[in-house]
Design a protein around this ligand. Structure first.
Ligand code: GLV
Ligand code: MN
Ligand code: MN
Length: 413
């Protein structure tokens, strides 16, 4: 079993902090972190990650979607990973912590020449956030053998398709279907990630074990009205698309709140009014809905409720509405044996493992379709994430890597 001292754990945390800091410098914008899938910044982050993997003693390769893989030993393999892409104006820990943690944990065994009876693959995915294309988790879905070919035709905000972006990244879209693991090759997947919520901080504990990952629906809603002169059309004769959309936004909030018991959350994160002028009644409003809950049936019923409410609103206002779903992921329970093994590893470090359901989506959700999967959560300050103020302490990160090492020591495929 591990002979990690307090000083070793502190050193691991400091190294993680340094590496995460280095990755955070790779951004498309000055002053804020923006690292999108298949962008020049993705390329730089992937190259840096590949260099670290090589230095750790891993054999580095890249798949047809740009996922970086650091390999050690033979199948069956324990897969350890997370993602390099970011949201717009991101924090630096969401994703990189799991990649860096995987590299440092693998390096621990390689340096000591302690080869386990299974192989280790460290994976750095590129499309977890869905910040560029409406295609969340496509890189892990592909590794798990679930690539949807329609994804190749999705376009980003500038009209560049996924296919073109892949080609510009030097990849061959025809090879995408060949990147999945063969059945039986992957023994398990484990992902370390910041909690992105306040539970661990409230419990006064650095580490948690994820019980399951929330199911999500995402859709684009378009409301059509009639443009008109802001000064001449009386209020009772307007068909204002934006006001109709505003009522729908409030309905999303109301319906999500009504299902709080099922941990439902509903967010309208983007809204646009057209033609978008100060003196024109909006003819068109488009917005997104992100709806999540721990029970798929409850989420899908709530979505029907939201649609029914939208139809009632357009009927009353003489508008029209259309819905365009672009994501529907199921709630994914994490493997119970792996959860128990992570909990043991945490206890082995003298900590109390906290069981937490994840309200955020993660690559583990897709990898669970390939092999038993589990997640280790790390306390983050104030529960803040998707925000540049995101922070995990080097001490907590070192403890998490030590727990991952303890988990690897206990793992038997
Ligand atoms: C990914 O971070 C998500 O939106 O859950
Ligand atoms: Mn993430
Ligand atoms: Mn995220």
């Amino acid at each position: 079993m591990s002979t990690l001292t307090k000083a070793d754990i502190e050193a691991l945390g400091k190294r993680a902090e340094r590496m995460i800091g280095e990755l955070a410098l790779i951004s498309a914008e000055r002053g804020r972190l923006v690292r999108l899938f298949l962008s020049p910044e993705h390329r730089m982050a992937a190259d840096l990650t590949g260099r670290w993997m090589k230095e750790a003693g891993l054999h580095v390769s890249e798949d047809a979607l740009g996922t970086v893989r650091g390999r050690w030993g033979e199948a069956p393999r324990l897969l350890i990973g997370s993602h390099l892409d970011s949201v717009i104006d991101a924090g630096k820990y969401d994703g990189p912590l799991g990649v860096v943690g995987g590299i440092l944990a693998a390096e621990h065994f390689i340096r000591r020449g302690q080869k386990p009876s299974f192989g280790i693959d460290v994976l750095a995915f590129g499309d977890e956030e869905g910040s560029r294309f409406p295609s969340v988790l496509s890189t892990s879905a592909t590794m798990a053998g679930h690539f949807d070919p329609a994804t190749l035709d999705l376009a980003d905000a500038k009209g560049v398709t996924y296919r073109r972006a892949l080609e510009a990244y030097g990849k061959n879209p025809a090879e995408v279907s060949r990147t999945a693991y063969a059945p039986g090759e992957a023994a398990a997947y484990v992902e370390m990630h910041i909690e992105q919520g306040p539970v661990l901080e409230k419990e006064g504990e650095p580490l948690g074990v994820v019980t399951g990952i929330v199911g999500q629906s995402r859709l684009r809603v378009s409301v059509e009205g009639v443009a008109g002169h802001a000064g001449t059309v009386p209020m009772n004769l307007r068909k204002d698309a934006l006001v109709g959309a505003a009522e729908m936004v409030l309905a999303v909030e109301r319906i999500a709140r009504a299902h709080a018991g099922d941990r439902m959350v509903g967010t309208v994160g983007r809204i646009e009014a057209l033609p978008g002028a100060v003196n024109i009644i909006p003819a068109r409003a488009t917005f997104t809905i992100d709806l999540r809950a721990m029970t798929d049936r409850v989420r899908r019923d709530a979505l029907m409720e939201i649609k029914a409410e939208a139809w009632r609103i357009v009927e009353a206002r003489g508008l029209q509405v259309t819905f365009e779903p672009f994501l529907d992921t199921q709630t994914t329970p994490m493997d119970s044996k792996l959860q128990a093994a992570l909990a043991e590893a945490i206890k082995g470090l003298g900590h109390r493992p906290i069981a937490i359901p994840s309200g955020a989506g993660h690559d583990a959700q897709m990898m669970a379709r390939l092999c038993p999967s589990a997640m280790l959560f790390v306390r983050c300050r104030g529960g803040v994430s998707h925000n540049p103020a995101e922070y995990a302490s080097p001490h907590d990160m070192g403890t998490a890597i030590a727990a991952l090492i303890g988990f690897i020591e206990r793992f038997a495929p």
